[in-house]
Design a protein around this ligand. Structure first.
Ligand code: ZN
Length: 277
């Protein structure tokens, strides 16, 4: 029978090779990173898109910015019947910035200027269909002009899931204002909302939709998390949070047909606003 000494002697080369193979295997296994499944919310391959609708007035005045009350009801009913879920600007921000989950068929329903009819006409209809909205108010107009909502109404909306955000102090087009004026509009409107509603206004809609990269930077510097334009498109993970796209809805010859065309063809519309179909 072979003793240990002569066994090692005879098979030394195989033992050394065996140890080396084992060592290499251990190194390879330890060094290898676990297989990471690319999460769906990686920006590059995240195809999710969110529709942000933009209204102004909801009343029975014949004006391109006024959606008739009946038409507005039909539009909200259509959204509800087609399984849309209204979201808040914070939810939209978390989606764009961090890839957060959203409900199925998300829609952000926004109103610009802060008209009284948003509270009197739009709010009860939206409540009926279980929707919340976001209202960008011109802060110096509230409690001042009769066709704009009051701060009390804004408070009630906030308490019921709506988001009251900034549309500046005086509705001055920012591309026509000095840097000093822009900063004043941004900071003072934010302060007023804080003072009147006890909340931080984190979002702004550019008055008349006009902005540029310099203005967007000032919005960021003033402490806002995001800003909305009137550029016609859906919001996706590649959107600039300081230049978020929206779909403006107007009163037209056939308001509801145009509403459906504007929102239904959205996924097919390219960056130039043309339908690819
Ligand atoms: Zn406006």
């Amino acid at each position: 029978m072979m003793d240990v000494q002569s066994f090692i002697e005879k098979y030394r080369i195989y033992i050394i090779i065996g140890i080396l193979v084992l060592a290499v295997a251990i190194i390879v296994m330890c060094g290898k990173k676990p297989q990471v499944k690319v999460p769906e919310n990686e920006v590059g391959n995240d195809i999710r898109a969110v529709m942000v609708i933009n209204y102004h007035k909801v009343d029975n005045v014949f004006h391109s910015l006024s959606i008739q009350v009946d038409d507005f009801d039909k539009q909200m009913q259509w959204l509800q019947k087609h399984g849309y879920h209204s979201i808040t600007p914070d939810q939209l921000y978390e989606f764009v910035a961090n890839g957060a989950e959203l409900p199925e068929n998300p829609v952000l329903i926004t109103f610009d200027d802060g008209y009284r009819d948003n509270y009197v006409n739009a709010y009860p209809i939206m409540q009926k269909y279980g929707f919340v909205g976001t209202i960008f108010v011109v802060t110096s107009f509230l409690d001042k002009y009769p066709n704009y909502m009051t701060w009390d109404q804004a408070r009630i909306l906030e308490a019921n899931g709506f988001s009251i955000e900034s549309h500046t102090v005086t509705h001055k087009s920012m591309t026509e204002a000095s840097d000093e004026q822009i900063m004043e509009e941004l900071v003072r409107s934010k302060e007023t909302i804080k003072d009147k509603l006890g909340k931080e206004a984190d979002y702004i809609a550019y008055p008349t939709g006009t902005y540029n990269l310099h203005i967007a930077q000032m919005v960021k510097d003033a402490g806002y998390k995001g800003a909305f334009t009137i550029r016609y498109d859906t919001v996706n993970r590649n959107s600039n949070v300081y230049a978020l796209e929206r779909v403006p809805i107007f009163h037209t010859e056939n308001t509801n047909k145009d509403f459906l065309e504007r929102i239904q063809y959205l996924p097919l519309v390219n960056k130039d606003g043309w339908i690819k179909k």
